[in-house]
Design a protein around this ligand. Structure first.
Ligand code: DGL
Length: 268
């Protein structure tokens, strides 16, 4: 048994969709979340910069005595998960990658789409997932860095968002896919709008549930699930706390959620 919190990090507010999934699977755990909203999006940054910034977030979570870290960011996972595991050998890490295996399992017409940030779309990590799990499917992969900044600005239900989504999703519609992988943890915040555009015959698949089940498995294996304890939920951001507050509205019912800001130094 271990009552220390689970740490979750992302380039911004996207990992909150993963936090929600984990909190649903493991409602008695405590959590510390850090989103790097001041420096988002990561998708258009170099691998070196993504890794350096992700390490800063890991150090912050370690300073909060977390027992496990969820890298709730596809861009960070494909850029530096392996390095993080080497750099912090005593910390269990769980990464986030597009659920291509699930898409291949559910697609009936064997035509699947993967929408992610450009970093994830170009990554060898994603290419390997496609080769390993979807070699019998035609896979349309597309990276866009236009959606994350809008979600970061709280514009998930705006005309601007509808315009960008319509443009970004058009190629997938033209290719006649029947499963669309959301390869960025920000995207579930606009899942309803995506579903409206793609139509009900296209299944949208995000990573939250799979990550939550993996967190449970790892904590069980390590005998680290929380027992009875005063639960704490702390949300930190390098940006403004208004957007995470809005996005988490109603998520935790009457449980107390603490919000705070954090700044770190980054030198090129
Ligand atoms: N939520 C991050 C992800 O899953 C967004 C990355 C970015 O900031 O570009 O990749």
């Amino acid at each position: 048994m271990n009552n220390n919190p689970i740490g979750i990090l992302d380039s911004g507010v996207g990992g909150l969709t993963v936090l929600k999934a984990i909190a649903k699977e493991l409602p008695d755990e405590s959590f510390v979340y850090i989103g790097d909203s001041a420096n988002t999006p990561y998708g258009s940054k170099s691998k070196e910069e993504i890794c350096a910034r992700t390490s800063k977030l890991v150090d912050f979570l370690i300073s909060k005595q977390v027992k496990l870290i969820v890298v709730a960011c596809n861009s960070s996972t494909v850029s530096c998960l392996e390095e993080l595991r080497k750099e912090y050998p005593d910390m269990p890490f769980i990464g986030t990658v597009p659920v291509i295996k699930t898409a291949a399992a559910v697609s009936k017409n064997r035509r699947i789409g993967v929408l992610s940030t450009t970093t994830t779309a170009k990554s060898d990590y994603q290419k390997r997932l496609i080769e390993e799990f979807a070699s019998d499917c035609t896979v349309f992969s597309h990276g866009s860095d236009d959606l994350v900044p809008l979600i970061e600005r709280g514009k998930e239900r705006s005309e601007e968002m509808t315009h960008v989504l319509t443009k970004v999703l058009k190629p997938f519609q033209e290719e006649g896919i029947d499963a669309l992988v959301l390869g960025c943890t920000h995207f579930p915040f606009v899942e309803d709008q995506m579903q409206d555009i793609m139509g009900k015959d296209v299944q949208l698949l995000d990573s939250g549930g799979a990550i939550a089940r993996q967190v449970r498995r790892v904590l069980e294996q390590n005998n680290s699930l929380a027992g009875e304890h005063p639960q704490t939920i702390s949300i930190f951001t390098t940006g403004s706390i208004d957007i995470p507050k809005k996005l988490l509205q109603d998520t935790f019912g009457n449980k107390a959620v603490e919000y705070g800001t954090y700044a770190y130094e980054y030198n090129n």
